[in-house]
Design a protein around this ligand. Structure first.
Ligand code: NAP
Ligand code: HSE
Length: 440
């Protein structure tokens, strides 16, 4: 532990999360100092922003002298001892983190895209410089899941994680289900509440959840993961009709991340909209809340639940990391992050993953269509548990209608082959939409 003199923080980014960190330190820094026996006292020495003229809710509270638009001067400033990266993205953020590590200044970041895409390079530099990267805020906002995997479960073999790990998409699905909102209106609400990424496409196309899933899998299974190996689809294709159909059958639609180690040690890693039974505990995770169910050999089943996005919950994780970085500042073994312990690992190809499915076809409304599709499925030995063709009351004479098939479990690869054939049928109007049906 360092002496009780105040440690200067270089805060790169003063948007939703950065200003939350400022607020939390304003409120609780005395508490932190008392709780660490007087060992940790933190203050914000420099703040990096893009636009100095922007009016901020904190403008009157923060000394304008400490703002800069020059990240190099922030990292190099002698009063900055720990660098917090909260600007997002993978280019400038990468430069900032590298420069901080090279200057042996510990880094705290909430940037899952950066770590999932360029973590291999960054953790190598972290190791070389014996300077840590802390990233609790990168996964599941205020839930301390990174620390759980790195510390609390260090003596566990983790069999699986099943998680709702994108607050924005969970919020949107909930508002579409309960509030009857359109996708666009629900997304605008999530943005206004500070849940969405600067590029909200990452939230709705599943990639924000995939970045987080990559970080969890990397820590749990010990090998770096190429994002290209992950099967990702998002909630853009979810329609109110899917949600209400799921409801009739006793399911809810959630964007689920599934990370599972198989007996041959290959790792299943996918993010997809999924039907889960209403009785499943994850079905009760609403709004911006996240939940991660962990199944491990020693602890058994555990569930971690809390706010997965937003200013204060995320600031809570950043500040926890700041205190940890401060506690170990200058200690001989500063490295913290990801230490590979397997030379390589195998991500299970998505074609080999098996679940049941919900498939929505857009078909010409004529007799015999069900039989045509059913024949192709039967040819590929895929069982049907039910079909349904909801009539759109607003458009009863439509030329094209939705035709829903619920399918028994089969390898995804088999289904993909069958769908390729079905798409060639002249009754099919556009590409089918597939959601998983997850049974736990
Ligand atoms: P944000 O509200 O968009 O804030 C970004 C901040 O960084 C702004 O202050 C912006 O400056 C500054 N900035 C961006 N690019 C910059 C550049 N090239 N040079 C200098 N300053 C730059 O973002 P956020 O929601 O706080 O998210 C920040 C990071 O935390 C992201 O990596 C995100 O994925 C992660 N995260 C966010 C949440 C959440 O709930 N929002 C939760 C967990 C993790 P101006 O203010 O001048 O525009
Ligand atoms: N945009 C992210 C989400 C922020 O909605 O989950 C938290 O990582």
């Amino acid at each position: 532990m360092t002496s009780c003199s105040s440690l200067g923080i270089g805060l790169a980014g003063f948007g939703t999360v950065g200003s939350g960190v400022w607020n939390t330190l304003q409120r609780n820094s005395d508490l932190i100092t008392r709780r660490t026996g007087g060992g940790v006292s933190l203050y914000i020495a420099k703040i990096l922003v893009r636009d100095l003229a922007k009016v901020r809710s904190t403008t009157s509270e923060v000394d304008s002298e400490i703002f800069t638009t020059d990240w190099k001067s922030l990292v190099a400033d002698p009063s900055v001892e720990i660098v917090v990266e909260l600007i997002g993205g993978t280019s400038d953020a990468f430069e900032i983190v590298v420069a901080a590590l090279r200057a042996r200044k510990p880094v705290v970041t909430g940037n899952k895209a950066l770590l999932a895409e360029r973590g291999v390079e960054l953790f190598a530099i972290s190791k070389e410089m014996d300077t840590p990267i802390h990233f609790e805020a990168a996964v599941a906002g205020g839930i301390p899941i990174i620390r759980t995997v790195q510390d609390s479960f260090i003596g566990n073999q983790i069999h699986s994680f099943t998680g709702i790990i994108n607050g924005t998409s969970n919020f949107i699905l909930g508002r579409m289900t309960d509030g009857g909102l359109t996708f666009e209106v629900a997304l605008a609400e999530a943005q206004a509440l500070g849940y969405a990424e600067a590029d909200p496409a990452l939230d709705v196309n599943g990639w924000d959840a995939a970045h987080k899933a990559i970080l969890l899998a990397t820590l749990a299974y010990g090998f770096p993961i190429d994002p290209a190996a992950v099967h990702v689809s998002g909630i853009e294709q979810v329609r109110p009709a899917d949600i209400s159909f799921a409801k009739k059958l006793g399911y809810v639609v959630k964007l689920l991340a599934v990370i599972r180690e198989h007996e041959d040690r290959s790792v299943e890693l996918r993010v997809q909209p999924s039907f889960i039974a209403k009785s499943n505990i994850l079905a009760s995770v609403h709004g911006v809340f996240n939940a991660v169910a962990v199944h491990s050999d020693t602890a058994g089943e555990s569930l971690f639940y809390g706010r997965g996005a937003g200013q204060d919950p995320t600031a809570s994780s950043v500040v926890a990391d700041l205190v940890e970085a401060a506690r170990f500042l200058g200690s001989a073994s500063g490295h913290r992050g990801f230490l590979p312990y397997r030379d390589s690992g195998r991500i299970l190809p998505v074609g080999e993953t098996t679940t049941a499915y919900y498939v929505r076809f857009d078909v010409i409304d004529r007799p015999g269509v069900i039989a045509e599709i059913a024949k192709v499925l039967a040819d590929h030995r895929i069982g049907i548990s039910g079909t349904h063709s909801p009539v759109d009351p607003a458009n009863p004479d439509a030329e094209f209608v939705d035709m829903v098939f619920m399918l028994h479990s089969c390898p995804f690869g088999e289904l993909q082959i069958a769908l390729t054939v079905i798409e060639t049928l002249d009754c099919i109007n556009s590409a089918p939409v597939v959601f998983r049906i997850e049974n736990y």
